[in-house]
Design a protein around this ligand. Structure first.
Ligand SMILES: Nc1ncnc2c1ncn2[C@@H]1O[C@H](COP(=O)(O)OP(=O)(O)OP(=O)(O)O)[C@@H](O)[C@H]1O
Ligand SMILES: [Mg+2]
Length: 297
């Protein structure tokens, strides 16, 4: 297993730091991803975002998943404007943000953000400007990404400082988590992955699954995996979702609520935004500027 990597050194970003970010405190960017769909990415992204906000962090939750269960819908929020409108120039990012529990800001998903790397230059510039509008006001950017290894979703995951891979204990989820780690490593040069095991039925299940995943990655990939937590399979999660609420908000004392709180505590202790490859500037530049390596292994 490798020591935590210095990702930016692996893939230097060509563009210089945008002047609008000079002197701004760095934002920590975490992408919540998975191989298989339905393992709880959106649930994790929402609850982690709120749990961080409860730790007095300013959090922007960006919905980059175009699936049916969008973050705004899951929280019972309604919107007519999305990032597509920002890219089209009809409004600014702050204007489309919704306010969620504990004061988190939510940027709703839009089909306009599907293929960032292929956007025309003018729209890429639009993204840079969009983020410049919020850079001063955010400590954490949490990105809910689509499942799988389709390029559209991986672009977000690859651009983030931290990749949080959500996995649950079923063969397809483990195999697909391996696939996503492999592509993020081989095509985007990412080396460090945070593993979160969701819907565990007993405390040992998470560690056993992590070790299973580790045994495969150690054989075939030069990556490091950290187990950052387990979230129990908890009926209060489903109950809260049915009520368009987040479990950390509706039932913070529940098993899942406490597990998300612990996750946020740990995330807050991860090496900070000062580390190489961190910050909103790297995220934005990777998002609009990087192209994946040729060929898929
Ligand atoms: N820890 C948990 N305990 C119980 N149920 C959970 C837990 N985590 C997620 N779920 C349930 O699993 C279902 C899928 O969750 P979610 O929508 O967050 O997954 P997803 O990975 O975002 O899915 P998609 O790939 O479709 O975007 C939801 O019904 C949610 O209530
Ligand atoms: Mg989802």
């Amino acid at each position: 297993m490798l020591a935590p990597s210095v990702d930016a050194m692996d893939h230097p970003v060509e563009a210089s730091t945008p002047t609008w970010l000079n002197g701004t405190p760095s934002v920590r960017v975490i992408a919540v991803t998975s191989g298989k769909g339905g393992v709880g990415k959106s649930t994790v992204a929402i609850n982690l975002a709120i749990a961080l906000a409860k730790r007095h962090k300013r959090v922007l939750l960006m919905d980059a998943d175009l699936g049916l269960a969008n973050v705004d819908v899951m929280l019972g929020l309604r919107t007519s404007r999305t990032i597509a409108d920002v890219l089209a120039g009809s409004c600014t990012l702050p204007e489309i943000l919704l306010e969620g529990p504990a004061g988190i800001q939510i940027a709703p998903a839009a089909s306009g953000i599907r293929r960032m790397a292929e956007l025309p230059r003018s729209e890429q510039a639009g993204i840079v400007h969009a983020f410049s509008d919020v850079a001063q006001d955010v400590d954490w950017l949490v990105v809910d990404t689509p499942a799988g290894i389709a390029e559209a979703g991986l672009g977000f995951a690859a651009a983030a400082q931290e990749q949080l891979v959500v996995v649950r204990n079923e063969p397809a989820s483990i195999a697909d988590a391996y696939a996503v780690i492999k592509v993020l490593h081989q095509e985007y040069g990412r080396r460090r992955f945070r593993i979160l095991v969701n819907m565990v039925r007993h405390p040992q299940e998470g560690l056993a699954l992590y070790e299973k995943l580790l045994s495969v990655t150690e054989r075939f990939l030069q990556v490091s995996l950290d187990l950052v937590g387990t979230i129990p399979d908890d009926p209060t999660v489903r109950q809260s979702i049915q009520r368009c609420r987040a479990v950390v908000d509706m039932n913070p004392g529940s098993d899942a609520g406490q597990a998300f709180k612990k996750l946020a505590e740990r995330a807050d202790k991860w090496p900070g935004a000062e580390s190489a490859g961190a910050g909103l500037e790297f995220f934005v530049e990777r998002l609009v500027g990087r192209t994946p390596k040729e060929g898929r292994a």
